[in-house]
Design a protein around this ligand. Structure first.
Ligand SMILES: N[C@@H](CCC(=O)N[C@@H](CS)C(=O)NCC(=O)O)C(=O)O
Length: 214
């Protein structure tokens, strides 16, 4: 049975699952979630798809998985790809996925939402400024780590890379400029050069017409 991924193009969290699905060679289909019109907030979604009201959700037959990091682990279990090659590397992948989920994507996703998808009259500048300050610290950590290496863990792409890169490929402004972070910039190019790589909007249907600035 073909794997289904509940997602939408603007979701970097969903991209963390969609990209390894695509690159692993597994058969999968994207199921569009009309997130901005509240589709993930309905009682039906909570009862049948994800009680946490979040995207992404992976459905493989009777199995339903939520949280991008869990979905990534499942893809690695099924394919033996992207999870790290040694016990040490596997732990290190988990470490970076957890860091991304709390310090990078957890800030970048909401900041991008506030700056691009929320009614302009309701955009809280103080919150945006605070989050951009936190994000700057995270970009510094990632850029410093990547200065000495091609991939976040080991010698090939892993779920750590898929997690951390997720929001950084989008064009909508949220205070991240690739040119300010040379090691991140080169690493994003390295990921984009992987055979079969696709931009989030080419893997998952976007809710809004794509704005492309680069
Ligand atoms: N840690 C979760 C985050 C998922 C998440 O926050 N997804 C967003 C869409 S990008 C969402 O569904 N948010 C719903 C909400 O915050 O109410 C993961 O990595 O899967």
């Amino acid at each position: 049975m073909t794997i289904q991924l509940y997602c939408f193009g603007e979701s970097g969290n969903a991209y963390k699952a969609a990209l390894p699905l695509e690159l692993s060679g597994l058969e999968w289909d994207a199921v569009y979630v009309d997130f901005f019109n509240g589709a993930a907030r309905t009682s039906e979604f909570a009862e049948t798809v994800n009680a946490m009201g979040e995207v992404p959700v992976l459905v493989d037959g009777d199995l339903i998985l939520t949280q991008s990091g869990v979905i990534q682990s499942y893809i690695s279990e099924k394919t033996d790809k992207f999870g790290g090659n040694t016990p040490e590397d596997k732990r290190e992948v988990l470490r970076w996925v957890l860091w991304d989920n709390s310090k990078l994507s957890a800030m970048a996703g909401p900041t991008r939402f506030l700056m691009n998808f929320l009614d302009p009259a309701k955009r809280p500048q103080e919150v945006i400024g605070f989050q951009q300050g936190r994000l700057k610290a995270s970009y510094t950590i990632l850029n410093t780590h990547l200065t000495q290496r091609d991939w976040i863990v080991g010698r090939s792409v892993t779920n750590a890379d898929f997690s951390c890169c997720s929001y950084l490929f989008y064009d909508e402004p949220f205070g991240f400029d690739r040119k300010d972070w040379p090691a991140i910039d080169t690493w994003l190019d390295r990921i984009a050069d992987l055979p079969g790589w696709k931009h989030p909007y080419d893997l998952m249907e976007p809710a809004f017409p794509r704005k492309k600035s680069q």
